[in-house]
Each structure stands twice: as structure tokens, then as C-alpha cells.
Unconditional design. Sequence first.
Length: 141
Amino acid sequence: MNPSQLFASYAFAFEKAHLSDDWTAVEAFFAEDAVYLVADSPLFEGRWQGPKAITQHLKESLDQFDRRCDQRSIELVSMEETEGGITIQYKALYKLGEAELSFLGSEAAHYQGDKIVLLEDHFPPDSVKAIEAFAIEHKLV
């Protein structure tokens, strides 16, 4: 499979885990020494290594933020294959009561064979401000 197909399979497994809370299938997409990096936001940045640590963080992040919102939608804006990986740009929309959060983000997946060795999330400064303000105001952190 090419990086686009690999990422689409990962994203499908992620969304399925979001609904079921069974992260076993998601773990299988990561190499044993894989690293997940979230940058740009002091409230959310961090580094997690290994499939179990990565998926545990993903679950905790969903529990703390996404699952506490009334609505969550992610729209793919662009996708670009790179040497050994893929970078996607997306637009996210969260609703909590009458409050709405809309922001842009990017995720880059770097592969070795069919396993993710590095997954990186990045956010532009205006998105960071919006996410952090929403999270603080609605006690999502």
C-alpha cells in the first residue's frame, strides 16, 4: 500500500476506536519504537513512544476533549505524499452547547514499510489560541 492508503486505513481504525474504545487495531499501525509528537500548544504538546503509550494518550485525549463535546467533525482539506510518508491538512469543528470551535491542523505520518514510525500534529498560531481558549473556558483541560 502507498502512504495515502496506509493513512486512510489508520484514520478508519482511529475513528472506529473513537466509537468503540477498542484501540487494538490502532496499535497495530505503529512500529514498536514509534513516536507521536504534538507541538505548538503548551496545553497539549508532548511526546509519546511505543504503540501502547501512543494509543493510551490518544484515548485520554479523546476522553478529555472530544468525547466531552456534543459534536465533532473533521474535514480533510489536503493530502500530500512525501518521501516515506504523508501530510494531511484538516479542518476540525467541535460544538459544546452553543459554543463552537473551528480550527485548522496538520498531521504528518512517516512510515517504515507499513508501520508509522513518527506521527506529528501541528497547529498554526491562531488555531492554538482558539483551541486553548475553548478548552480553558469549557474546562476541557
